[in-house]
Design a protein around this ligand. Structure first.
Ligand SMILES: [Fe+2]
Ligand SMILES: [Fe+2]
Length: 322
């Protein structure tokens, strides 16, 4: 989910109480369209972030968001995990640790919960991440845990205090920081590091985020080479980064990845949402085509991406909080 995407869904659902937002999020009425459920989720997130100024309200919001882990939609639940990880509210670690270890949750949900624990950076999450790193049956969840462990260790390291990082244009807390500015890498070197399977994943991600922050067409095209990797986890992050960058040179690469029928749901999902975030005219027919994809994660991603596309391209200012 890109930063644009997030901004889009933070459009306030006017005048709703936290309880009304929860009811929309969990679809109590059975009639809430998916996009409105996303909107309720991102509105609850804004309150969950206020843990210093309004601790009680924030805790309520965390609890209400976490109720959605009982839903069936893999897409919605993974977004719930993402949102909890972005709040900086350490109380979110409790439901996230549970979701990381819960084998009844789908792979993409466990992955996003582990990633979110990395984003929160709480050392007390290391035990859970180590357990999932050893025991989870999914290679993508295990690799996510490896990254999250490295991120938490980096965050609390001596090394971090000595690094100077380019301030990010994006508000997201990422699975890895960009490579530090002490060394002046060119795009070609970063591309090599990005695609070097012998390097630790954390380093490859640092190259990825450095390329994102360079932000040129050349950097975007270097990132696109990552779509040939074997790891679904790695590819989903490239797609996520493209959604943030909004660079149109990524469009043909995202369209190709979305069209890969054998590709993991998380990769196709992130490609669809990135296309929705880029929102130029050529992506509209592409996204419409996936509204009846066989994979429910892709179908739902197309719904959400089209909601964003339509919003970006209309003057509509308010959504009914149905
Ligand atoms: Fe996602
Ligand atoms: Fe993810």
């Amino acid at each position: 989910m890109s930063t644009n995407f997030e901004r889009h869904f933070q459009e306030s659902v006017d005048g709703c109480t936290l309880e009304q937002l929860r009811d929309i999020l969990i679809n109590k009425s059975g009639k809430s369209p998916l996009a409105n459920r996303f909107r309720a989720l991102f509105n609850l997130k804004c309150t969950a972030e206020e843990f210093e100024s309004q601790p009680e309200e924030a805790q309520k919001a965390v609890n209400y968001i976490s109720e959605a882990f009982g839903d069936d939609s893999e897409l919605l639940k993974h977004e719930v995990a993402y949102v909890l990880g972005q709040t900086k509210n350490l109380n979110c670690a409790i439901p996230l640790r549970k979701a990381t270890l819960d084998q009844n949750q789908q792979c993409m949900v466990r992955h996003e919960a582990a990633e979110a624990l990395g984003a929160l950076g709480d050392k007390d999450s290391l035990d859970v991440l180590e357990t999932a790193f050893k025991e989870d049956p999914s290679v993508d969840v295990r690799a996510t845990c490896e990254l999250a462990i490295d991120r938490i260790k980096w965050q609390h390291s001596e090394k971090k205090t000595k690094e100077s990082l380019q301030p990010s244009l994006y508000s997201s807390i990422d699975p890895a920081p960009p490579l530090a500015l002490e060394r002046d890498y060119n795009v070609e070197e970063l591309k090599e590091l990005l695609n070097d399977p012998k390097k630790p994943l954390f380093e490859r991600y640092r190259a990825m985020f450095r390329l994102r922050d360079i932000g040129t067409d050349e950097a975007a095209l270097a990132l696109a080479t990552g779509f040939d990797d074997d790891s679904a986890l790695f590819k989903h992050e490239i797609a996520y980064v493209f959604g943030q960058m909004g660079n149109t040179v990524a469009i043909p690469h995202l369209v190709e990845v979305l069209g890969r029928k054998q590709e993991a749901s998380m990769v196709r999902h992130e490609a669809a949402e990135a296309l929705g975030a880029i929102a130029t005219g050529e992506v509209l027919p592409v996204l419409r085509k996936y509204l009846d994809d066989e994979d429910p994660v892709v179908r739902e991603s197309a719904i959400v991406a089209l909601d964003m596309y339509e919003y970006e391209n209309s003057n509509e200012l308010e959504y009914a909080p149905a």
